[in-house]
Design a protein around this ligand. Structure first.
Ligand SMILES: NC(=O)C1=CN([C@@H]2O[C@H](COP(=O)(O)OP(=O)(O)OC[C@H]3O[C@@H](n4cnc5c(N)ncnc54)[C@H](O)[C@@H]3O)[C@@H](O)[C@H]2O)C=CC1
Ligand SMILES: O=C(O)C(=O)Cc1ccc(O)cc1
Length: 303
C-alpha cells in the first residue's frame, strides 16, 4: 500500500524537485501539487512538468494533500508553515527536509493547527546546485534520511514517512534532533565552512592570481570549490540555526589544527603520519559501506 495518495511540495528547488521526480519514478499514481514563493521557479517547474499542478498560492497547493513536504531554506520554514496553516486538511502529515533539526518541531508546532501530525526529516543527500533544473530522481538512492520526531509525534505518521522515503530509495533512521545537529555539524556543516573559508582565502591572495587558482586547482582545492559553490541563502540559514553545535565543532577543529601546525613547525613526522593513517582508514570504511558519492553518474542532471 502507498504511504500517501496526494502530496504537496512547498519549495520546488533542488530537493523539492528531486522529491517530485522521485515520486513520479517510484509511485507514479501519487498526485503531486507544488508551490514556490518565486514566480520564476513556479513557471520553470510547470514547464518541466515535475508536478501535476503548480499553484499560485501556498494554500491552494495543500488543500487536498495527505502529506505536505516543506522544501524551503531552514530560515523560511516557519513562514512557509504559517502560509499553509489555514488550508491544511485534518490528519495531514507535515514534514520538512531542512539540514538543521533542533528548532523545526517547535517552530512548526507554533504555527500549524493541532490536528496536523508533524514529523521533521532530513535527507542526507544533495549537491552544490540549486533550483528546479538541478533536481533528479535518483538523488536519494542508497542515502540516509533522518527523521527527528519527539515523544508527542504520532507513530502512524513516522511509519508512513519512513515508508515514503524507503520507496524513494533512502535508508531511514530515527534520531534525537539535538544529536542530529551535533553529528551533522561535524559531517556536513563544518566541511562547508572550511570549503567557504579556503576558497575565500585563495581568492583574497594578492600574490596568486585568480587565473592561477583556476588553472592549477588540483584535487583538494577543486573539491573545495565544488562545495563552496553551494547556495548562499541555504548555508547562511544552516549556520545561524545550528550556531551552538557548529561553534563547538569549530573550537575542536581549531585546536586540532593548532596541533598540526605545531607538528609541522617541529618536524614531527610521526604525528602527521599517524593522523593521516587514521583518516585514511575512515575513508576506506566509508567506501566499504557503499556510502561514497564518487559514483560516475552522481550529481548529474537526469531523471
Ligand atoms: N542542497 C542540498 O544539498 C540539501 C538541502 N537540504 C535542505 O533542503 C532545503 C531546500 O534546499 P534546496 O532545495 O537545496 O534549495 P533551493 O534553493 O534549490 O530551493 C529552495 C526553494 O524554496 C523557495 N522558497 C524560499 N522561501 C519560500 C517560502 N517561504 N515558501 C515557498 N517557497 C520558498 C525558493 O524560492 C527556492 O526555489 C533546505 O532547508 C536545505 O537545508 C537538505 C539536504 C540537502
Ligand atoms: O554536495 C554535497 O557534498 C553535500 O554535502 C550536499 C548536502 C548538503 C546539505 C545537506 O543537508 C545534505 C547534503
Amino acid at each position: 500500500m502507498l504511504p500517501f495518495s496526494r502530496i504537496s511540495i512547498i519549495g520546488l528547488g533542488l530537493i523539492g524537485s528531486s522529491i517530485a521526480r522521485a515520486v513520479r519514478a517510484h509511485m507514479p499514481t501519487v498526485g503531486i501539487t507544488g508551490y514556490d514563493a518565486d514566480p520564476a521557479v513556479r513557471e520553470r517547474a510547470a514547464e518541466l512538468g515535475i508536478a501535476d499542478d503548480v499553484t499560485d498560492t501556498p494554500g491552494a497547493a495543500v488543500t487536498d494533500a495527505d502529506m505536505v513536504m516543506l522544501c524551503v531554506p531552514v530560515g523560511a520554514m516557519r513562514e512557509a508553515g504559517e502560509a499553509i496553516a489555514a488550508d491544511l486538511a485534518d490528519g495531514v502529515v507535515v514534514s520538512d527536509v531542512g539540514s538543521v533539526k533542533g528548532s523545526i518541531l517547535d517552530d512548526l508546532r507554533a504555527v500549524l493547527p493541532p490536528g496536523v501530525a508533524i514529523v521533521p526529516g532530513h535527507p542526507v543527500a544533495g549537491t552544490e546546485n540549486s533550483g528546479p533544473d538541478a533536481g533528479f530522481a535518483q538523488l536519494f538512492h542508497n542515502r540516509w534520511c533522518i527523521l527527528t520526531p519527539d515523544e508527542r509525534t504520532e507513530a502512524f505518521a513516522v511509519e508512513r514517512l519512513s515508508a515514503f522515503w524507503s520507496r524513494l530509495g533512502a535508508n531511514v533512521e530515527v534520531m534525537d534532533p539535538k544529536h542530529h545537529d551535533l553529528v551533522l555539524a561535524v559531517t556536513s556543516h563544518l566541511p562547508h565552512l572550511i570549503a567557504y573559508t579556503i576558497v575565500g582565502t585563495a581568492s583574497d591572495m594578492e600574490s596568486v592570481t585568480r587565473s592561477e587558482v583556476i588553472k592549477y586547482s588540483a584535487g583538494g582545492f577543486r573539491d573545495f570549490t565544488r562545495i563552496a559553490a553551494s547556495d548562499p541563502t541555504m548555508w547562511r540559514d544552516v549556520f545561524l540555526a545550528n550556531k551552538e553545535a557548529v561553534l563547538e565543532m569549530l573550537q575542536r577543529f581549531t585546536e586540532d589544527m593548532t596541533a598540526l601546525q605545531r607538528a609541522i613547525r617541529w618536524d614531527d613526522g610521526d604525528a602527521l603520519f599517524n593522523l593521516f593513517s587514521r583518516t585514511r582508514a575512515i575513508r576506506r570504511s566509508i567506501i566499504d559501506q557503499g556510502q561514497d558519492d564518487a559514483r560516475p553518474d552522481f550529481g548529474r542532471a537526469h531523471d
